[in-house]
Write a protein that binds this ligand. Structure first.
Ligand SMILES: *[C@@H]1O[C@H](CO)[C@@H](O)[C@H](O)[C@H]1NC(C)=O
Ligand SMILES: *[C@@H]1O[C@H](CO)[C@@H](O)[C@H](O)[C@H]1NC(C)=O
Ligand SMILES: *[C@@H]1O[C@H](CO)[C@@H](O)[C@H](O)[C@H]1NC(C)=O
Ligand SMILES: *[C@@H]1O[C@H](CO)[C@@H](O)[C@H](O)[C@H]1NC(C)=O
Ligand SMILES: *[C@@H]1O[C@H](CO)[C@@H](O)[C@H](O)[C@H]1NC(C)=O
Ligand SMILES: *[C@@H]1O[C@H](CO)[C@@H](O)[C@H](O)[C@H]1NC(C)=O
Length: 283
């Protein structure tokens, strides 16, 4: 705090010699990891370390970061080499912001660096609920992913790659650590069969995965199991009838032949029996 007061009371006496350097583009820190915010200074050939002041400030909160925070430190052995980088331990969402590196060696300079925090999401999960779905039914699909930062973009696509994202409501909720749960609800009118996929994109980390469901909606109001049982029974009945007809046909044919055979036998017997009669009568 003392250093801050001294720096603020100083008139802007930016030296032509001393120059503080930080990365030009924002840096991305992974949630939970350690992060080094680079800051180096040049333009002073040799200096006594007791003359050197280094001070880091988080712009959004105007908080002095280095002098009070437990989670930060400088690399003291590196200071003499012009390296005033800040080490942030176990980065949190609250650490996101613009950091300013102040350096004073007789003269004074500063530079600011933006740090963004990123956390990967869980693999998305698509769920839906409908008993006995039929084409034309309106069904809600839910895509869920959690534990990420910052807010992710959700892209819904059908099996042909068409963008269905239009009719979606996304409800992001942050937990106490500032990490988001993304729940996206897509309302679709069912087709006989289609695949619906949910793709999650983290603006800092890129593609975070996809999940999909394939919904097959039955055309008739018959529940599929009952339909198959009915078809099976019908086929069994048909086979039974054909077999019965075949058996009957054979039986009828056999009995016809039997009758014919019996009749011929009778005729023969009658003829045989008749002959002796005739003969005997002739005797
Ligand atoms: C910090 O500086 C070192 C050395 O110049 C470099 O290797 C490293 O990539 C830098 N880190 C970041 C986050 O810019
Ligand atoms: C400063 O020193 C730290 C620790 O050795 C190192 O990680 C970092 O890259 C250095 N930064 C620069 C800009 O040299
Ligand atoms: C650095 O500063 C300290 C205290 O002001 C002094 O005792 C020391 O002699 C100085 N060293 C050099 C190399 O100037
Ligand atoms: C969004 O819903 C409207 C009616 O609710 C429908 O006409 C339109 O086709 C839907 N868009 C998509 C991409 O599904
Ligand atoms: C999908 O449609 C939404 C809403 O119209 C749009 O914001 C988004 O950019 C589209 N995404 C792609 C990849 O076309
Ligand atoms: C989903 O992601 C996996 C890898 O994570 C990839 O192999 C697959 O092609 C993706 N599916 C679609 C439909 O893009």
């Amino acid at each position: 705090m003392l250093i801050l007061l001294i720096l603020k009371s100083l008139p802007l006496c930016l030296s032509a010699g001393l120059k503080v350097h930080v990365p030009d583009s924002p840096v991305v820190a992974l949630f939970g990891t350690d992060m080094v915010l680079n800051c180096s200074f040049s333009g002073v050939n040799s200096f006594n370390q007791s003359q050197l002041s280094v001070f880091w400030q988080l712009a959004d909160t105007q908080q002095s970061v280095h002098s009070y925070s437990e989670g930060t430190s400088l690399f003291s052995d590196q200071l003499a080499l012009g390296n005033a980088s800040l080490l942030l331990r176990s980065v949190r969402v609250a650490d996101e912001g613009t950091y300013t590196c102040f350096v004073r060696v007789e003269a004074y300079d500063k530079a600011s660096i933006a740090m963004q925090v990123a956390a990967p999401y869980s693999k998305p999960l698509v769920t839906w609920e409908a008993d006995n779905p039929k084409p034309g039914d309106v069904v809600e699909l839910t895509c869920l992913a959690f534990g990420g930062y910052p807010e992710a973009d959700v892209l819904w696509q059908d099996g042909s790659g068409n963008n269905l994202t239009e009719n979606v409501t996304v409800s992001p909720v942050a937990n106490e650590q500032g990490l988001f749960t993304i729940q996206s609800v897509l309302t679709v009118i069912l087709e006989p069969s289609n695949t619906y996929s949910c793709r999650l994109t983290n603006p800092l980390l890129g593609d975070e995965g996809n999940a999909s469901v394939t919904i097959t909606a039955q055309g008739s109001s018959f529940p599929p199991v009952a339909l198959w049982v009915t078809v099976g029974l019908a086929v069994c009945l048909l086979v039974l009838l054909v077999a019965l007809a075949a058996v009957c046909h054979r039986k009828i044919k056999e009995s016809c032949e039997e009758i014919r055979a019996v009749r011929t036998n009778q005729k023969h017997r009658e003829e045989k029996e008749a002959t002796p009669l005739i003969i005997s009568s002739q005797r």
